[in-house]
Design a binder for this molecule. Structure first.
Ligand SMILES: Nc1nc2c(ncn2[C@@H]2O[C@H](COP(=O)(O)OP(=O)(O)O)[C@@H](O)[C@H]2O)c(=O)[nH]1
Ligand SMILES: [Mg+2]
Length: 282
């Protein structure tokens, strides 16, 4: 064993729970085998690690296979809009109810279980910014072992925000356990289908702002443009046209970030939600 291997092993053990993907998990487990104890007494430990590696390799294969075929429940879902939000939860927790409240979709809402059998893709309009919202089929215990589990969890992993729709503590616990098992960190929000301000909570958690552009002498353009919080005029210019940073002369800003209406600013000026920006080019 190389020197410091004990420390290295402990470090890997600590790192392991934060591995996001099956690949990352496999990589860490393999390193653990490399640097971990190799004496007779450690045989069980090594076998456990090998079993885990085999399991995640199997799951990785299945996720790959399932996400290829276009005919397998629409799993290669194209990202649309400024962000992708997934609604997940146990069965009958109000996911479809919430989807119909915050998007244009008219999903089937029913008292019996597992009504939504494949991802239901919809669009949420937030002050003119379009966001993709996907209702996922109910997550059940040991979901990774279920036929579609790995592929559906792949869609969840690939999202910008996870919204757990819940009616009880028990179903939150189940969902969090299943996410953890799949190596998907939960950094989202937990809502009830009848909560009032879900759209605002989603938007705030995404960490986005929306701003308007305008041309001189005209009203502001619609729809607005979504940017990351703390975005500056350069980020906006890049978003509008890739040439606009090179051709940039100055901008005028109205709104919260401006010290006064129509303040003249440069590329590094930080924007705020609902600002109106006029880009002047050379
Ligand atoms: N008590 C209660 N019932 C709800 C709530 N949200 C939805 N429901 C009802 O629960 C059933 C399942 O709702 P649905 O939205 O289809 O749940 P999904 O399976 O998670 O998509 C329907 O009869 C809804 O009217 C809630 O927050 N509280
Ligand atoms: Mg449903």
């Amino acid at each position: 064993m190389p020197t410091n291997a004990g420390f290295e092993y402990q470090r890997l053990e600590k790192e392991y729970p934060s591995a996001r993907t099956f690949l990352e998990k496999i990589a860490i487990l393999q390193k653990m085998l490399e640097v971990g104890p190799k004496h007779k007494g450690a045989e069980k430990l090594r076998n456990d690690i090998k079993k885990k590696i085999a399991k995640y390799k199997g799951l990785l294969d299945r996720e790959k296979r399932l996400s290829k075929g276009g005919n397998r429940g629409g799993l290669s879902i194209k990202k649309e809009g400024a962000a992708r939000i997934v609604l997940i939860g146990a069965t009958n927790t109000g996911k479809s109810t919430l989807l119909s409240r915050i998007t244009n979709a008219k999903p089937e809402i029913a008292e019996y279980e597992h009504t939504t059998r494949k991802p239901e893709i919809a669009t949420m309009d937030y002050h003119g910014v379009m966001l993709q919202v996907i209702e996922m089929p109910a997550i059940t215990k040991d979901y990774l072992e279920k036929e579609k589990g790995p592929a559906y969890l792949g869609v969840v992993r690939d999202s910008d925000l996870i919204v757990i729709v819940s009616r009880s503590r028990d179903d939150i616990k189940l969902i969090k356990e299943e996410l953890e098992e799949a190596g998907i960190p939960f950094n989202g929000i937990i809502v009830n289908s009848m909560d009032n301000n879900v759209k605002e909570r989603i938007w705030n958690k995404l960490g986005l702002i929306y701003v308007y552009t305008k041309s001189p002498g005209k009203n502001k353009d619609y729809p607005p443009i979504a940017l990351n919080k703390k975005a500056n005029v350069r980020d906006l210019a890049l978003n509008v046209h890739k040439d606009f940073v090179r051709r940039f002369d100055y901008a005028r800003v109205w709104g919260k970030s401006a010290r006064f209406s129509g303040q003249r600013v440069g590329l590094n000026h930080i924007l705020q939600e609902e600002d109106v920006i006029e880009l002047h080019l050379k």
